[in-house]
Design a protein around this ligand. Structure first.
Ligand code: GDP
Ligand code: MG
Length: 278
């Protein structure tokens, strides 16, 4: 430490080391900079502080963008969206092709997939959206923020790994980027059934019917376990949720066609008949 710093600088530095958030770090660094001595010998010290200020500004900006989900190449959601991630050649495209209607290029050389590839997975009429994210590498949280933001915007993640090393590395990247979603890890070549995916992500299928009609059994709504009738109404139509009054439920209800309220929790294979205000 340069010898002639004053008490204000010493206090600011102490606060900097005590700070726990990026915002506090930035604020205390700015205080340090303004309290730093003005003579020539303190130049290096100031450069160092300025570099740290830039770093914390960048971290705060990345955090804000992340919260807004505001990166440019997000993939438009079609229902529940699961991203496929992995190192180059881990078998993501092969998995996508097997599970969905997509027809991505598959090759033995790395980085075959340059932009997100999207496919719909059909499980007896229940649909999930699978998105293959171009290959991630070590350091992805810093170097591949755009791709990581696609991951962050998803509803769930499937990682395909060739070994434990790859799994650990990518798990660390997810952690560093602050990705909280549920993560299913599969090994290259491992057999996975569609049902396993539904179970892993805790998904249920809910069928709808119109009053007096049979239920529509070929197109269920796919939702997270724990979802309510109101959630189902939102899935059907945003406006409908506002007008929605009550529903009749077949399946999990005490008796078939029982009238239940908005916050009733649905179960797999329930049939619902929604009634709106007239
Ligand atoms: N033996 C075996 N080879 C696979 C499997 N999945 C992918 N491959 C091969 O691994 C290479 C890379 O596959 P690809 O699906 O393009 O991987 P991506 O880069 O992760 O999309 C290709 O030569 C595939 O044929 C698998 O489950 N078993
Ligand atoms: Mg690929």
């Amino acid at each position: 430490m340069p010898s002639n710093v004053d008490q204000r600088y010493i206090d600011a530095e102490k606060h900097y080391y005590e700070a726990t958030t990026n915002e506090e770090k930035l604020k205390t660094l700015q205080e340090m900079l303004s309290a730093a001595p003005s003579h020539k010998g303190a130049e290096v010290m100031k450069v160092n502080i300025k570099e740290r200020i830039s770093k914390f500004k960048a971290l705060i900006a990345a955090e804000k963008k992340r919260r807004k989900g505001g990166y440019s190449i997000a993939v438009k959601k079609m229902g529940f969206q699961i991203v496929l991630i992995g190192f180059p050649n881990s078998g993501k495209s092969t998995f996508l092709k097997k599970m969905t209607n997509a027809d991505p290029a598959i090759a033995a050389y790395p980085f075959t997939t340059q932009k997100p590839e999207v496919g719909m997975l059909d499980y007896d009429g229940a649909q999930l959206q699978l998105v293959e994210v171009p290959a991630l590498v070590e350091g992805a949280a810093d170097k591949q923020a755009e791709l990581m933001s696609i991951v962050l915007n998803s509803d769930g993640i499937i990682m395909i790994a060739e070994n434990e090393d790859q799994e650990t590395t990518l798990k660390n990247e997810l952690k560093e980027f602050g990705v909280p979603q549920r993560l299913m890890v599969i090994l290259k070549g491992q057999e996975v059934r569609k049902q396993d995916i539904f179970n892993f992500f805790g998904l249920i299928r809910v069928y709808t019917k119109e009053p007096g009609d049979d239920p529509i059994m070929d197109k269920p709504i796919v939702m997270r376990y724990g979802s309510t009738l109101l959630d189902a109404a939102r899935e059907i139509h945003k406006d409908f949720a506002k007008k929605f009054k009550f529903a009749k439920v077949w399946g999990s209800s005490k008796f078939p066609g029982q009238r239940v309220e908005k916050l009733y929790i649905l179960q797999d294979k329930d049939v619902i008949e929604l009634h709106a205000e007239r």
